[in-house]
Design a binder for this molecule. Structure first.
Ligand code: PLP
Length: 368
């Protein structure tokens, strides 16, 4: 990794100036997803904003988003001037519920953002059906989903566009970074690339900007960091899968919690987080934030699930989602904790340490 950074430093090519590392990264992402093309960008939040702008979504439009996600999924919609409409999540997977998606459609609905939450793929078959009938564009927010598959296909190129984050905690981590994939529409790919590059074609050195864009370009340093990690992705994924299977089995036997996952055989999760829905045995004794703090105190980094976006101060006074009608999301926010993917690299000993910490919390809720 150090060598890769030094190479960029010594080369003097620090930004995307043609045939560099960002293009190589884009090529890998495109091949991995078997899609038309990729634009490497600054971060996952910008990737979402860029995708929505490329789809010409803005004022007067509604975009359906799952109630539970990192806040950028909703704020990207607000940032381009559209309105995020909250859709409830499925109780098992915490991914967007296709049935509620159908119920929440409005005459202004233009797109749906599907979040592959925690690396668990949503039911893309049902979602694309609802979306096709309502003429919605499907954007997959795969910030947490790199490597997950639905029905044998990698997420990120099932919808019209996919967005990715390479922030420091992600499965492919460059400190910051992101990408937008385009499944099959050449015009959309060209528009995405132009919008990300101040409105001019890549490689152009003229000032003939063909549309009003912004600068979302990934730096060559970030691309270099990311390229060094690609070879180990498959092996890390296999280790997470194996630990997730034994943690799920141990949890079921423990009577303390149940794993957040999809029961659908078409779903192959990437395990960005391992979510645990705590059972009444635990939640009757303490709030979910205390469970997370108790685990931290016992050496297991954990966080409570995201709050539904409409319950954050940023949206609470917004009115649009005052009656969001997302009971599964509201309940999950009280019951679910998230363990970071690094914990799944600790093998069987790591799984046992997690279980031991959970038992410790029940034995002694306020002690260590
Ligand atoms: C689901 C989801 N969407 C979007 C983002 C935003 O990505 P970034 O932090 O790279 O802006 C994140 C980041 O955590 C995320 O988890």
């Amino acid at each position: 990794m150090r060598d890769a950074i030094i190479e960029v430093l010594d080369s003097g090519h620090w930004w995307q100036s043609g045939n560099g590392r960002a293009e190589r990264l884009e090529g890998w992402i495109t091949d991995f997803h078997a899609c038309l093309g990729t634009v490497a960008v600054t971060n996952g939040t910008h990737a979402l904003e860029l995708a929505l702008r490329a789809l010409s979504i803005g004022a007067g439009d509604d975009v359906l988003v799952p109630a539970i996600s990192f806040i950028s999924t909703a704020t990207a919609v607000s940032f381009v001037g559209a309105r995020p409409v909250a859709v409830d999540v499925c109780p098992d997977s915490l991914c967007i519920d296709p049935e509620d998606l159908r119920r929440k459609l409005t005459p202004r609905s233009r797109a749906v953002i599907v979040v592959q939450l925690g690396g668990i793929p949503a039911d893309m078959t049902a979602i694309t059906e609802v979306a096709a009938r309502a003429s919605l564009a499907v954007v997959e927010d795969c910030a947490q989903g790199l490597g997950a598959r639905w029905a044998g296909r990698p997420v990120g190129a099932i919808g019209a566009m996919g967005t990715f984050s390479f922030q420091a905690a992600k499965l492919l981590a460059g400190g910051e970074g992101g990408a937008v994939t385009v499944r099959d529409d050449p015009g959309l790919l060209e528009r995405t690339a132009l919008l990300a590059n101040c409105g001019r074609p890549r490689g152009s050195r003229t000032y003939d900007h063909v549309l009003i864009g912004s600068n979302f370009r990934m730096s060559e340093f970030h691309a270099a960091l990311l390229l060094t990690q690609i070879a180990s992705l498959g092996q890390l994924q296999a280790r997470r899968e194996s630990a997730a299977a034994s943690l799920a089995a141990a949890l079921s036997a423990s009577g303390l919690g149940t794993p957040v996952t999809s029961r659908d055989p078409r779903a192959e999760p990437a395990w960005y987080t391992f979510g645990i829905r705590m059972l009444a045995e635990v939640t009757s004794q303490m709030a979910i934030g205390e469970v997370a703090r108790g685990l931290e105190a016992r050496g297991i980094p954990a966080s409570p699930l995201y709050r539904p976006f409409y319950a954050t101060p940023a949206y609470r006074d917004g009115g649009a989602n005052g009656e969001a009608g997302c009971p599964n999301a509201d309940r999950a926010a009280q019951e679910v904790i998230l363990l970071h993917h690094r914990l799944l690299l600790g093998g069987q000993a790591g799984v046992e340490a997690i279980l031991e910490a959970l038992h410790g919390i029940v034995r002694s809720p306020h002690g260590r």
